[in-house]
Design a protein around this ligand. Structure first.
Ligand SMILES: [Zn+2]
Length: 336
């Protein structure tokens, strides 16, 4: 793609090119022009590219072949309760996916914290130790599984963020985040934003519901959360565990009834066994020293650390559904 032949190929629209080939070609051509103008290449994280693929307008992605690494199909949302009407955009059932994990090193006490894109790291002054002094290879595992991808309406999320009660809740969570930054002596970390905390919290409720409903062990389910006003909002829940648990079609079957799954997850979020203490938690309270979570504890939102992509930090039930202490900041709220 870097040599001159690509330019001639892209410079005119050929009638035999399909729309997908043409759009790829146009993207390459736009990048070439950007580079010729002296701009840096537009770098995207792996997570960003993955979400863009799932958000693409195609109804079928990848090949439905036994040896295929990736195959996903768009599925109708089906009946949704009044609470969920207008919030969901699209449902994609991922029949096949492959996850490759490599161990790069290790830390003690504190883990290296990824940012919301999952790629660069927040500077927590944590140094990752290499696995060995002479490192020429890394241990890696390859797992195959299946998944459910849900994307959410950007307009619904923007309208929710404009509500005064949501802004007040945002200030409370940001106050806790600022105290946490001060304690850790971090200067350049930025608050990940309310949509990210909302989707992360909802994702945990969905994982717990799937585990209770269909018998998957919760630690066999994992998440990828993407929240960006430019590229979209989505949650990918997937099974990618060694063994057969993630490859028998159970998760995809559950995804076909997404309305019911979502209703059960929202019901789970209303009340925690630690309420009202859990719902009344103030993130900035110096006595509790739990500065990142809002209404979240082991009784409701916390899941296995290996399942959560952000180590169970920055979660809040009050952004998802009304709680006993914050009844008016929820995204899924009948009165809104
Ligand atoms: Zn709780």
């Amino acid at each position: 793609m870097r040599d001159g032949t690509g330019l001639g190929f892209c410079s005119g629209r050929s009638p035999w090119l399909g729309p997908h080939v043409w759009s790829r070609c146009a993207a390459v051509w736009a990048d070439v022009q950007r580079r010729l103008a002296g701009a840096a290449p537009a770098e995207k994280s792996i997570k960003h590219i993955k979400i863009e693929t799932l958000l693409s307008q195609k109804d079928t992605l990848g090949d439905d072949q036994p040896e295929s690494d990736f195959h996903a199909r768009r599925h109708p949302l089906g009946p949704l309760s009044r609470l969920a009407q207008g919030t969901l955009d699209r449902l994609v059932l991922v029949h096949r996916l492959r996850e490759v994990s490599a161990q790069l090193g290790f830390t003690r006490f504190e883990a290296v914290m990824p940012d919301t894109e999952g790629e660069p790291e927040l500077d927590l002054d944590v140094e990752r130790a290499p696995l060995s002094r002479d490192q020429t290879w890394l241990p890696a595992t390859e797992n195959r599984g299946e998944g459910i991808f849900l994307s959410f309406s950007g307009e619904a999320i923007a309208a929710w963020q404009r509500r005064p009660a949501v802004r007040r809740r945002s200030e409370q969570l940001m106050a806790g985040f600022d105290v946490w930054k001060g304690r850790k002596r971090i200067e350049d970390a930025s608050f990940p934003g309310l949509p990210n905390i909302l989707l992360q919290s909802l994702s945990h409720l969905l994982i717990t519901t799937l585990s209770l409903d269909c018998g998957y062990s919760a630690s066999a389910l994992r998440e990828r959360v993407h929240a960006s006003s430019k590229s979209g909002y989505g949650i990918l829940l997937y099974t990618s565990a060694l063994g057969s648990e993630g490859s028998l079609g159970g998760l995809v079957e559950m995804g076909k009834n997404i309305g019911r799954l979502l209703d059960r997850a929202l019901e789970l979020g209303h009340l925690c066994s630690n309420d009202p203490v859990c719902a009344q938690h103030d993130p900035a309270d110096p006595h509790e020293e739990r500065f990142l979570p809002g209404a979240a504890c082991h009784g409701c939102l916390l899941i296995a650390e290996t399942s959560c992509e952000r180590r169970n930090e920055l979660l809040d039930r009050a952004l998802v559904v009304p709680t006993v202490a914050t009844p008016d900041a929820a995204f899924f709220d009948e009165r809104a």
